[in-house]
Ligand binder design. Structure first.
Ligand SMILES: Nc1nc2c(c(=O)[nH]1)N(C=O)[C@@H](CNc1ccc(C(=O)N[C@@H](CCC(=O)O)C(=O)O)cc1)CN2
Ligand SMILES: Nc1nc2c(ncn2[C@@H]2O[C@H](COP(=O)(O)OP(=O)(O)OP(=O)(O)O)[C@@H](O)[C@H]2O)c(=O)[nH]1
Ligand SMILES: [Mg+2]
Length: 471
């Protein structure tokens, strides 16, 4: 395992396909001879040099910029050589093959091999150029689907998140040192808790941790987004609503019940939060469905509903007072997720008067969220957007949010629980000081998992294998 981490590696660093410029990047120890062989000259460190990239017969494969970063001053912390060529897939493959060939010639760099996904960034982590949260932010920056997500990933990459975690860990270390010093003098235990204001310190740490957790939750939302399913009877206007939200004719809309057969989805952004909206086949009983295709579509609708963060249950206002229609709506509602994750949306306000609307709303049970709108005129759409953000739990302005992952939230929650347990021991006037110390240690370790200061080996494999090759 360790030896593999030291093999020199090579990969195309730019996206597959054609581009103005494409980069082949090599990282490892002792790259200077390889650089000389490929460019025919000695490169000045960190200065872009224009010239040919040479094949085995010293003929140019391409002309471009070569960059040499001697260790440790590089992205990976090892020697890095970049060949910045023209961005064609064939020329880049040729250059990469040439690197491997040149490395093999005369045992110049015999262990050079193509890089695995994320291996450059993994090395940056192993060589202390980035901590784990920063390395993850590299991938999140590349994958960001909205401007707010990209900005918050850049904030994590620059170390904002990590610094807040480290500050919490420093606070815990101070407290642990006090406790552990006192452990050697058991007769002074109770005194210690008072004198050092251990409980006050603990409470302040918990408060700070809560603030970080809150921001991290917002950051995770920017990364993952919110999945919203539009469900309801045929013809309620589900596809019309998707199209209205997306501002494009994505799904087919007709007056025929049973138009939508398969799921149609689109990712919108509302204040920078990615919202994945899924339009589904109208729900009706198997007996009412026109054919096998529609029945399969309806089964998929239920699957989508089960996997949603929130469900918009769409009702047709023009039909809502019809007892059969209302009964079918009740049957669907009985199978929807709980109230906190669903909203009753009454559509087609443009076709009913205020009296009719009031009569329909009067029939909605207490405690259900409701909204009226017209997918056709778009009246009420802004209110729906705001409601979606509220359902997502978004309450921040994107400034100041750093990107975070579920993994980080889990670690933060665990750190918080151990602080809670520590507080429980601190409140007892008996010999619980060692248990208090142990909970502090566990909290400290949980936080350490975020930045990788404390980590399981397989965690790194899981994280870096999800990167793209060359990153
Ligand atoms: N051409 C190119 N552009 C790129 C990258 C790259 O590898 N190559 N990056 C790859 O993701 C990002 C930039 N990341 C980098 C991070 C550190 C260093 C570096 O040379 N660090 C040295 C010196 C720092 C300094 O002078 O302040 C060091 O850490 O010691 C270079 C690129 C984005 N753009
Ligand atoms: N007047 C009016 N008509 C609407 C509105 N929303 C949808 N409609 C009409 O209602 C009909 C059904 O709309 P769709 O969006 O296809 O309904 P759906 O819920 O997707 O239907 P299925 O795919 O069959 O389940 C179409 O004729 C739409 O033009 C609205 O707000 N006002
Ligand atoms: Mg439809």
């Amino acid at each position: 395992m360790l030896a593999r981490h030291q093999d020199p590696i090579v990969a195309v660093a730019t996206a597959p396909g054609r581009g103005a410029v494409g980069i082949v990047r090599v990282s490892g120890r002792g790259l200077a001879p390889l650089a000389r062989r490929l460019t025919g000259r000695d490169l000045v460190p960190r200065v872009a040099t224009y010239g040919p990239f040479l094949d085995a017969e010293d003929r140019p494969i391409d002309q471009g910029l070569a960059l040499y970063f001697p260790a440790p001053h590089s992205y990976t912390g090892e020697d890095v050589l970049e060949l910045q060529a023209h961005g064609g897939p064939v020329v880049l493959q040729l250059l990469m093959a040439r690197c491997l060939q040149a490395a093999a010639e005369g045992e110049l760099l015999p262990r050079l091999r193509p890089a695995e996904p994320g291996e450059f960034t993994e090395r940056a982590f192993l060589n202390d150029k980035l901590d784990l949260a920063q390395a993850e932010a590299v991938a999140d920056l590349i994958d960001a689907s909205t401007e707010a997500a990209a900005r918050s990933a850049a904030r994590s990459l620059s170390g904002d998140f990590s610094r807040r975690i480290e500050a919490l860990r420093d606070g815990l270390v101070e407290l642990r040192m006090l406790v552990e010093a006192t452990l050697d003098f058991p007769e002074e235990e109770i005194d210690f808790l008072e004198k050092a204001d251990a409980r006050g310190r603990l409470a302040r740490l918990a408060e700070r941790l809560d603030a970080v957790l809150d921001t991290a939750r917002q950051g995770a939302l920017l990364r993952e987004g919110l999945t919203v399913v539009i469900a309801g009877q045929p013809n309620a206007g589900k596809s019309s609503l998707l199209n209205a939200l997306a501002g494009a004719e994505l799904a087919i809309v007709t007056p025929i019940a049973g138009t939508t057969r398969d799921k149609v989805s689109e990712t919108l952004q509302i204040e920078g939060v990615p919202v994945h909206v899924i339009d589904t086949a109208g729900l009706r009983s198997d007996a009412e469905a026109a054919d096998e295709v529609e029945r399969i579509g309806i089964a998929r609708s239920w699957e989508a509903i089960a996997g949603a963060d929130a469900v918009l249950m769409l009702h047709d206002l023009t039909r809502a007072l019809d007892p059969d229609y209302a009964a079918a709506d009740r049957a669907i509602e009985a199978r929807l997720p709980d109230r906190s994750r669903r909203v009753h949306v009454f559509n087609k306000t443009d076709r009913v008067d205020a009296e009719h609307r009031a009569a329909v709303l009067a029939g909605v049970p207490e405690g259900e969220r409701t909204l009226t709108l017209s997918a056709k005129t778009r009246d009420g759409l802004e209110a729906l957007r705001r409601l979606l953000l509220e359902l997502a739990g978004w309450h921040a302005s994107p400034d100041g949010v750093f990107i975070a992952r579920e993994r980080h939230l889990t670690a933060l929650r665990r750190a918080r629980e151990h602080l809670e347990l520590a507080a429980g021991w601190a409140a007892r006037r008996d010999e619980a000081l060692d248990l208090f110390a142990e909970e502090l240690r566990l909290s400290h370790d949980a936080l350490g998992e975020i930045t990788g200061a404390f980590s399981a080996d397989d965690l790194l494999g899981v994280i870096f294998s999800r990167f793209c090759i060359g990153k």
